[in-house]
Structure formats: structure tokens, C-alpha cells
Design a protein around this ligand. Structure first.
Ligand code: PLP
Length: 378
């Protein structure tokens, strides 16, 4: 099986595996005062330093969670519970971990429009901010979209929200380890991360929050993580998370991965009338999202699986059930086109040959379904 589904989960990096095996031998609670407990504590604190370092932050502002979903929820619920008269701005670009919460009817929200290129419409944001009547804006804007890979104008959005003394939450789950991330450069107040997108284990993540940013704990208990997130820390997961982010080097890995994506997309473009999403903008280096109308996303996933390739239709981490991508619909794609979308994502372990091999397998399958979509080529 050739794995091309890194945005769903990246394969475990060997460094993460090794760190987890070491942590497994530390059979103690990091809150215990005996020497074994102190050893566990040291491991957690050095992991915190490593993760803080990767996003350019102080370690003490990093809180470990059970993953990206919890990190997002902690930021949003924790902030909204503390801000008086908050209005939550979000868009259909957000992952269900954020968007479904925004649409739950529990909060006062404004949905910001999405441009056809796959970014948040900042003019619409500016207009909607203007219509506030003394309330405090709270914006959720992800750093990189999980379906298209499109990098969002987070710093610019922050500047707009600051004019109204607002706060900004950024879901950077897809970005950390794939592109350089700096909380200072972005100017955000909260930033969510997840280990399994970086080559770490599933079920562990972190929330960075700016010192002093409002944050009401959502989980009460033993007072771990400075009482912001009670519950015995996942020592093994945290050790694997830190080793994964330390092993990743976007500056070194991205050019190679981007080249693979380019080989893949060029092969498709040369042969077929394929619609690519977000390909005119800066994207995560390994992500390609495209559609051939009439060739259903689920059918493509099955055809590729049979051919030996793991890929995704729509947003895999929210799937199991098939729902048409709200991201692609928000970008203006028709229902028929959006339901024919496939997401390919290359990453740290992908090899140069994978891109060409996947393109050939996909073209072979697509030709059977939709020969009219093929260009007349020799
Ligand atoms: N946010 C984004 C952008 C994601 O892509 C995902 C998972 O795919 C999540 C949040 C959820 O993270 P986790 O699976 O760690 O809960």
C-alpha cells in the first residue's frame, strides 16, 4: 500500500516511536514526587519546551490535550466563557471540530464568506466587524485547510480583528511540521496542534495560548497543566509528539514533497480535464485536492485502494459517513463537482516514484469512468 493520506494521519516517525518506547519504561505519574515521578515530569517538560520551540513560543504557554479537537474546543469554549458579549466569527473552511461547534446554536456567530480561491474573504470579515455594536469579536481562522491545503491570511485577519480589541483562535493542526509556524508572526491568541498530523501518535495534541488571554478550564480535576486541563498527562503520547515535531523540518522536507505534488498534478493536467482546488495560492506542500465531475469521491477512494494507494475523499477525519465537502461548496463548487473531489496528501515518508505511480493509477481508473474528460493526446 502506498500511503498518500498524510492530512488524515501521518505515518509514525521512527524518532517518535523510539521516544514512546522509552517513555513506556517510565512507569510513574508525572505528579508524583518520588524520583520516578520526577523523571516523568522532566520528560513532559522537555516535550513542552520542544513543542513551544517549534511554534516560537514560551513552553509555559503550551497545554497538552487529547488532540486537535480538544485543543480547539478548549480555546473556543474557554475564551467564549470569559469574554463578555462575544461574537464568534468563523467560516465554512473550518474543520468540523470548529465549524460544528459554531453551528451548534449555542453562541452568537457571524459566518464569514469564502473566496473561490479557498481563502477567507477578508473584505467580508471587515464589513461584518464594522456592523458590531460594542460586542467583542472572537475569530476562528485555521492556518492551513485540511482539504485543499490552502494557507489562510491569518496575520491579516488578526490585524482586522485587533481594531475591535478582539481575539483570534487559529487551528494549526494541519500546518505544524509541514510549514514553518510562528505564533508571534501570526499574531494569534490561541493555536491548536495535533501530534498525529506531524508523525506522532494519535490521541495527543496541544493548545498554545498567549499569556493573559482569557481561558476558562473546561475539564476540572487534579489540577494538571496548571489547572487549565486536568487529567493525568499522556506521557507516552506527549513524548512521541515532541519527538515527531523535533524530527520534522519543513525547510528541508517541503521542497521535496512539493516537487512530488507538482509531478502528480502535472501528469493529471496533461491528460485530463481535472479541476484543482486552491492551486493558484500557497498551499501545504503535499496536498492536492481535485475533482473530475461524475467520478464520485468514494468511488475514486475505492478504485485507488484496489490499485494499492491510500487517499481520501473530502475530509477523512470526519468521515465514515459521506457528506459533501462544505469547504468546496463554500468555494463555489457545484454539488456534483464537490462530491467528485479527491484529496491526495504526500508527506515525510513519501517517495518520488509515489507521485507518478499514483497519477498513472488514477488516470487509468478515471479513463474507465469518464473517457470524454480526457484530452486528445497521443
Ligand atoms: N483540525 C484540523 C484542521 C484537522 O485536519 C483535524 C483532523 O483532521 C482536526 C482539527 C482534529 O484533530 P484530532 O484528530 O487530533 O482531534
Amino acid at each position: 500500500m502506498t500511503y498518500c493520506d498524510y492530512n488524515a494521519t501521518a505515518p509514525l516517525r521512527p524518532e517518535a516511536r523510539e521516544a514512546m518506547l522509552l517513555a513506556m519504561d517510565v512507569q510513574a505519574n508525572a505528579s508524583s514526587v518520588h524520583s520516578a515521578g520526577r523523571r516523568a515530569r522532566r520528560m513532559i517538560e522537555s516535550a513542552r519546551t520542544a513543542i513551544g520551540g517549534v511554534i516560537g513560543s514560551r513552553s509555559e504557554d503550551v497545554v497538552f490535550t487529547s488532540g486537535g479537537t480538544e485543543a480547539n474546543a478548549l480555546a473556543i469554549l474557554g475564551a467564549l466563557a470569559k469574554i463578555e458579549h462575544a461574537v464568534w466569527f468563523y467560516s465554512d473552511l473550518e474543520h468540523p471540530a470548529v465549524r460544528d461547534l459554531a453551528m451548534s446554536g449555542r453562541f452568537e456567530t457571524r459566518r464569514v464568506a469564502v473566496l473561490p480561491n479557498g481563502t477567507m474573504d477578508l473584505e467580508d470579515l471587515a464589513q461584518k466587524l464594522q456592523s458590531l455594536d460594542g460586542q467583542t469579536p472572537f475569530l476562528s481562522l485555521m492556518l492551513a485547510n485540511n482539504e485543499t491545503g490552502v494557507i489562510q491570511p491569518v496575520a491579516k485577519a488578526c490585524a482586522l480583528v485587533r481594531k475591535y480589541d478582539g481575539l483570534v483562535h487559529c487551528d494549526a493542526v494541519q500546518a505544524v511540521s509541514k510549514i514553518p509556524v510562528s505564533v508571534g508572526m501570526l499574531g494569534v491568541d490561541y493555536l491548536a496542534m495535533s501530534a498525529h498530523k506531524c508523525g506522532g501518535p494519535q490521541g495527543v495534541g496541544a493548545l498554545w495560548h498567549r499569556a493573559g488571554a482569557p481561558l476558562l478550564p473546561q475539564q476540572i480535576g487534579g489540577g494538571q497543566e496548571k489547572s487549565i486541563r486536568s487529567g493525568t498527562e499522556n506521557l507516552i503520547g506527549i513524548a512521541g509528539f515532541a519527538a515527531a515535531v523535533e524530527a520534522s523540518d519543513p525547510y528541508k522536507e517541503a521542497p521535496r514533497i512539493e516537487k512530488m505534488r507538482s509531478v502528480f498534478e502535472t501528469a493529471l493536467k496533461q491528460a485530463a480535464r481535472v479541476t484543482f482546488f486552491g492551486d493558484h495560492l500557497e498551499r501545504l506542500p503535499g496536498t492536492s485536492c481535485f475533482a473530475l465531475e461524475g467520478f464520485k469521491g468514494e468511488t475514486q477512494v475505492m478504485a485507488m485502494d484496489l490499485a494499492g494507494f491510500a487517499v481520501s475523499s473530502g475530509s477523512a477525519c470526519s468521515s465514515g459517513k459521506v457528506r459533501t465537502s462544505s469547504v468546496l461548496l463554500a468555494m463555489g463548487a457545484s454539488d456534483a463537482l464537490a462530491s467528485s473531489a479527491l484529496r491526495v496528501s504526500f508527506g515525510w515518508r513519501s517517495e518520488a516514484e509515489d507521485a507518478q505511480a499514483l497519477a498513472e493509477a488514477w488516470l487509468k481508473a478515471a479513463r474507465r469512468v469518464s473517457s470524454h474528460a480526457f484530452k486528445e493526446i497521443a
